[in-house]
Write a protein that binds this ligand. Structure first.
Ligand code: NAI
Length: 468
């Protein structure tokens, strides 16, 4: 068996790369060890979490907004089994869709663990231990990432009481008290799910802020919103131990700046302290593929590793661990292999936290601009001043547009509010084309929409908002 391209790993980076390569006329194969395609994202990440987030957001609406909207219902009741069935069905629809896409694009698929033997050769070993060798002019490593755990702390995940994101998608009953270690994206999204279902949720975070790396003002306001929803935060707290205790667990932490340790008890603990690149068993060292100081596959300008004909994309290489970043890289590397100009603009990769309200961001934060010494104008507009938001009782949050002081080019847009994850894309498109805040403000926006707040924030950056 001989191919133009063999992709190892069928996550969003890998399967998208395979589809693009096939569309460009390359003979393509995809190797995957899971029974289903889609990687962490589709199977145990983005997709199932969004099913749970949506269902519980509806619950929140029914509990807190219906009355004010004039809809009287009896207290909504949660059927956790049905809610989980919705999650499972959603995942299944997506994985079935991927089987269809592989067939449609005539991509050969191999079920098993791929191992790189060197330039142009890989083996695939199935669950029964049988191996087969495949020849490939080009190999793309898209093996993604795995749960990192807490550096220096022994965490015995059982995925029932001490869980990673995988276990937190699958509790069979709502824990009375869930402690979340890590106030990053996973901790806040899955913490939100269980808080809405009635758990007391305590987030223990090392930094002085949740969502480190996001715009500081956004993170601060967002934390206040989550606290209003009942989430508790212990910031500046370094977790030093997570242990099973009776039927539950205990979490020990100490002030990040030093001081006395404290232990709290929980029915379940979600450890969400980041992910690490997955390179185990790939034979990379033997094949001569060099890793960087953080065990990511080192790549050069065009996704090429230290070995000719071997490329790497997605979570296994440097950059934000985001499905859509991996997809862009998958397309770009397929184009490069096909002799075309593949390119990813890393300055315009949106980030979204799918909580309620959502947080969305693209480009640089105020903190980053200050640190880089870039002079900028900031325009802000609150959803309290937006008619559509009032009609929907979704007035929490604001839009912030940051534009270069000298050129007015938009450098960053940050939104916290209902639908932020959809609204952010008009900013992404604008930034992709090097647009200014005046371009954004002079673009006619339909009325009444939440997106008018984006236009108003842009107006505030280059002139004055109309509705404030
Ligand atoms: P993260 O890197 O977003 O957050 C981890 C947090 O844990 C950090 O704030 C860190 O300061 C904290 N931490 C580390 N060690 C600690 C300790 N000993 N004690 C207390 N706190 C500690 O990682 P997370 O949330 O696990 O997500 C993993 C990856 O998956 C990220 O790259 C994230 O972007 C991605 N992801 C993205 C989603 C999205 O785009 N909506 C959803 C879920 C995950």
């Amino acid at each position: 068996m001989s191919y133009d391209v063999v992709v190892i790993g069928a996550g969003p980076g890998g399967y998208v790369c395979a589809i693009k390569a096939a569309q460009l006329g390359l003979k393509t194969a995809l190797v995957e060890k899971r029974d289903t395609y889609g990687g962490t994202c589709v199977n145990v990440g983005c997709i199932p979490s969004k099913a749970l987030l949506h269902a519980t957001e509806m619950l929140l609406e029914a509990e807190h907004s219906f009355d004010a909207l004039g809809i009287e219902i009896s207290k909504p009741k949660v059927n956790l089994r049905k809610l989980m069935a919705h999650k499972t069905n959603t995942v299944e629809q997506n994985t079935k869709g991927l089987v269809f896409l592989m067939k449609k694009n005539k991509i050969d698929t191999f079920h098993g663990t791929g191992r790189v033997l060197g330039e142009g050769r890989i083996t695939v070993t199935g669950a029964d231990g049988a191996s087969q060798e495949i020849a490939a002019k080009n190999i793309v490593i898209a093996t993604g990432s795995d749960v990192a755990g807490i550096p220096g702390v022994d965490v015995a995940f059982d995925e029932k009481v001490i869980v990673s994101s995988t276990g937190a998608l699958d509790f069979d009953k709502v824990p009375d008290h869930l402690v979340v270690v890590g106030g990053g994206v996973i901790g806040l999204e899955l913490g939100s799910v269980w808080a809405r279902l009635g758990a007391k949720v305590t987030v223990v975070e090392y930094l002085d802020t949740i969502l480190g790396g996001m715009d500081g003002e956004v993170a601060k306001q967002f934390q206040r919103m989550l606290a209003k929803q009942g989430m508790e935060f212990r910031l500046g707290a370094r977790v030093t131990a997570v242990a099973k205790k009776g039927k539950g667990a205990s979490v020990t932490f100490e002030p990040a700046k030093g001081g006395a340790a404290e232990t709290i008890e929980a029915d379940a603990v979600l450890v969400a302290t980041g992910r690490k690149p997955f390179t185990d068993g790939l034979g990379l060292a033997e094949a001569g593929v060099v890793l960087d100081e953080r065990d990511r596959v080192r790549i050069h300008g065009h996704f090429l590793t230290s070995v000719p004909g071997i490329y790497a994309i997605g979570d296994v290489v440097a950059g934000p661990m985001l499905a859509h970043k991996a997809e862009e890289e998958g397309v770009a590397v397929a184009e490069i292999i096909a002799g075309k100009a593949g390119h990813v603009n890393y300055d315009v990769i949106p980030g979204v936290v799918y909580t309620s309200p959502e947080v969305a961001s693209v480009g640089r934060t105020e903190e980053e601009l200050k640190k880089a010494g870039v002079a900028y104008n900031a325009g802000k507009f609150p959803f309290t001043a937006n008619g559509r938001a009032r009609a929907m009782l979704q007035t929490e949050g604001f839009v912030k547009v940051l534009a270069d002081k000298a050129t007015d080019r938009v450098l960053g847009v940050h939104i916290v509010g209902f639908g932020a994850g959809e609204m952010i894309h008009e900013a992404a498109v604008l930034m992709e084309f090097g647009g200014s805040s005046e371009d954004l403000a002079r673009t006619c926006h339909a009325h009444p929409t939440m997106s008018e707040a984006v236009k108003e924030a842009a107006l505030a950056a280059f002139s004055k908002p109309i509705h404030m």
